[in-house]
Design a protein around this ligand. Structure first.
Ligand SMILES: [Zn+2]
Length: 349
């Protein structure tokens, strides 16, 4: 549903909300990086799928919505990460079932909210997208593709693939936000994202797991770089010295991860389309609905609305109870008055 509020105002409000909540949340790349990845991926599909490139327009902006759904839907969080270092060393990720419930019931001893369910979410959405394309439901295909873009982008952010995601196990608290948001927003532009050509994926789930392992390896390097940059900046992790050093040490990793995210996402889109039977691609939509494809929550804060509604409700309740109380007092007083008057009249007789 289109918003009644102008988009810039809404974006500003949402950005303010995100900023307020950031210390307690690891959200993934900044919204702008998710948009860069989605745009680059949609434009990167092979020529035979050229009609899909125009879908970049409606899909780009909603690719940051999952971080907003996450604010209002408790089940949303685990879709944004996968932490293979919670599993025993040498664990064969490639042997995991694509059926998430089966995998967690029979193959894994870690709970889904701890390990994260990003790979299964992406795989399931790719299958949904395939079926939607096959049945000519391009609105659903675009919605799945846009959400999928977010989750795939998150799994290419190295700190979404380690249990030490915020440096909390090594005294590097805050590194998540410093890397993915502060540094990346300052140093990376859309022109820096250079995706490799899209390819058909024979085994998408295995490929997704492989991308997670690449991110997990990169996470070790990022955390090492953070320690080095912190030392150079003499502990001042909010200083220019720190960020310049951190970028010097991690720029190759960050640009590779962002470019790979876009390339791999275009491979997912291409594979979904080929598996759907290479259907004709229609003109894209103007915009996509803002609601979660999982829970239906929107991007506005329901808590605030509820709080406002409940304060209004309390006001109405107070008025109703005051009126009812006043009526009771009048009825009782009138009854007492009439009783007293009757007793007086009887006495007079
Ligand atoms: Zn996210």
């Amino acid at each position: 549903m289109p918003s009644p509020r102008p988009r810039p105002a809404r974006l500003f409000i949402l950005a303010a909300l995100l900023a307020a909540l950031l210390p307690s949340l690891a959200l993934g790349w900044a919204g702008i990086q998710h948009m860069h990845i989605t745009r680059a991926a949609a434009r990167n599909v092979p020529n035979e799928m050229v009609g899909f490139r125009a879908f970049a327009r409606p899909m780009v902006y909603p690719s940051m919505f999952p971080d907003l759904w996450r604010l209002w839907d408790a089940a949303e969080g685990p879709r944004h990460y996968f932490e293979p270092d919670r599993l025993p060393p040498g664990f064969d990720l490639g042997a995991l079932s694509t059926d998430r419930l089966h995998a967690f019931r029979n193959q894994l001893s870690v709970k889904p909210d701890l390990l994260g369910i990003g790979p299964w979410t992406i795989n399931d959405l790719m299958e949904d997208m395939t079926e939607a394309m096959r049945t000519n439901d391009w609105m659903w295909a675009a919605r799945c593709g846009s959400a999928l873009a977010h989750y795939l982008g998150d799994l290419h952010m190295p700190l979404h693939c380690t249990r030490n995601y915020n440096g909390q196990e090594t005294g590097q608290y805050g590194v998540h936000h410093r890397v993915e948001s502060d540094m990346t927003k300052s140093f990376v532009g859309s022109q820096d994202i250079l995706p490799p050509p899209a390819v058909y994926l024979d085994e998408p789930f295995r490929a997704i797991m492989g991308w997670c392992l690449e991110s997990a390896d990169a996470a070790v390097e990022i955390l090492t770089a953070d320690r080095a940059a912190t030392a150079v900046a003499e502990g001042a992790t909010d200083s220019e010295t720190y960020y310049l050093k951190l970028w010097e040490l991690t720029s190759d990793i960050i640009l590779e991860r962002l470019s790979s995210a876009a390339g791999n996402l275009s491979s997912i889109y291409y594979t979904a389309w080929v598996n759907a039977g290479r259907p004709a691609i229609p003109e894209p939509f103007e915009e996509l609905p803002v609601f979660s494809i999982f829970s239906g929550v929107g991007i506005d804060p329901p808590e605030f609305e509820n709080r406002q509604r409940s304060s209004q409700q309390r006001k109405y309740d107070l008025i109703i109870w005051s009126v009812m109380g006043a009526i009771c007092v009048i009825v009782i007083a009138s009854s007492l008055y009439r009783g007293a008057k009757l007793r007086k009249a009887l006495k007079a007789k």
